[in-house]
Design a protein around this ligand. Structure first.
Ligand code: PHE
Length: 364
């Protein structure tokens, strides 16, 4: 568009047009601007039309094209801005209608238990009707409770500083590597004889408890490892407790936890504090056992270690293994949570991303 032959006041108006358009805060202001530029009388466009009429014949064609182009440009831009302002007005009207000054203000978002805590609570609820209560132990634990009292020999690899966090300057103190030291603490307490010569174990006729909690191992963080994770320990001591009790209890618990179709299997395994020892797998909930990414093609997912209490750990606590027996198990909470909710990366449970936590990590 060749503008140089237009009058200076039109050139100036054209230069200022974009800023004037943007400055229109409402439709009234826009209508005033529209009147000034393209209105029927006295507008820039109207004046240009008059000049066009008065122009010498040979200039009419060129001038006419410029005037038309300019007018079209202004009208286009005005229409666009009008659309914007109309949408804004509709939105504001809807907001004003929705706001009821008599309603109470919206509540702030509520907090909730973390998905892992909910899963541990559910474990506790599953075992409570079977007579299990909750016991706790410290996360900063002694070597004696974490290893020695569990019949773990001094040269066992897990005792090395490559696997275990030790406290600097406190030779005997470490971050517990499993919840099993709670077994030792409880066994020592219930095995000790009172002034009347009777132990808590004898007075109760047995004990059953769960010990949920945090544990620590020197692992690099990756989708399936974290230096801090959770376990739920379980233990029962009674008379005549055998492997059949262990299998029955855990099969029942897994059905209560995962639904009646939950299927389990036990494989022989070794832990120094149980004899015999076993690992328990659940049939993969993702593929139903046919083999997939989650179960690495095997159809089963390993969930816990278990076994009958080793006579040595009873003896060390002053309990006669000729009279008393029991079983224990230790379940990985993150692993269970990942399996139930089909979450492929355990870091999601620790990153505090509200979008993930609001779905309860899929554990609802
Ligand atoms: N404490 C064992 C672990 O961390 C699990 C376990 C608990 C095994 C109780 C047997 C009995 O792997």
């Amino acid at each position: 568009m060749e503008l140089s032959h237009l009058p200076p006041e039109i050139l100036e108006a054209q230069r200022e047009f974009p800023a004037a358009l943007a400055a229109c805060a409402d439709l009234d202001a826009l209508m005033r601007l529209k009147g000034a530029f393209v209105g029927r009388d006295g507008s820039h466009a109207a004046r240009l039309m008059e000049q066009l009429k008065a122009a010498p014949k040979e200039r009419k064609k060129d001038l006419g094209a410029t005037v038309n182009a300019l007018k079209n440009q202004w009208e286009e831009a005005l229409k666009l801005r009008q659309g914007e302002l109309e949408r804004e007005r509709t939105r504001a009207a809807a907001l004003a209608k929705a706001w009821d000054p008599e309603l109470p203000p919206p509540l702030p978002p509520q907090g909730a238990l973390h998905p892992l805590n909910r899963l541990m609570d559910r474990m506790v609820e599953v075992f409570r009707p079977l007579g299990y209560h909750v016991e706790e132990g410290p996360e900063a634990e002694t070597e004696s409770f974490n290893f020695d009292g569990l019949n773990i020999p001094p040269d066992h690899p897990a005792r090395g500083s490559a696997d275990t966090f030790f406290f600097q300057g406190q030779a005997d103190l470490l971050l517990r590597t499993h919840t099993s030291p709670v077994q030792v603490r409880v066994l020592r307490r219930i095995g000790a004889r009172g002034a009347d010569g009777v132990s808590e174990l004898e007075r109760r006729g047995g004990i059953r408890f769960l010990a949920p909690g945090r544990v620590y191992r020197k692992d690099e963080i990756d989708p399936t490892h974290s230096p801090m994770f959770h376990q739920v320990e379980g233990m029962i001591v009674g008379k005549g407790i055998g492997m059949h009790h262990l299998k029955g209890t855990l099969s029942y618990a897994m059905k209560a936890l995962f639904g009646p179709a939950a299927d389990v299997r036990f494989r022989p395994s070794y832990f120094p504090f149980v004899e015999p020892g076993a690992e328990m797998d659940v049939r993969c909930p993702l593929c139903g056992g046919s083999g997939c990414r989650v179960c690495k093609g095997s159809g089963w997912v390993e969930l816990l270690g278990a076994g009958l209490l080793h006579p040595n750990i009873l003896t060390m606590a002053g309990i006669d293994p000729g009279i008393w027996s029991g079983f224990a198990f230790g379940m990985g909470v993150e692993r269970t949570a990942m399996m139930v909710s089909q979450t492929p990366d355990l870091r999601l449970f620790f990153e505090n991303d509200q979008r993930f936590l609001r779905t309860m990590g899929g554990l609802d």
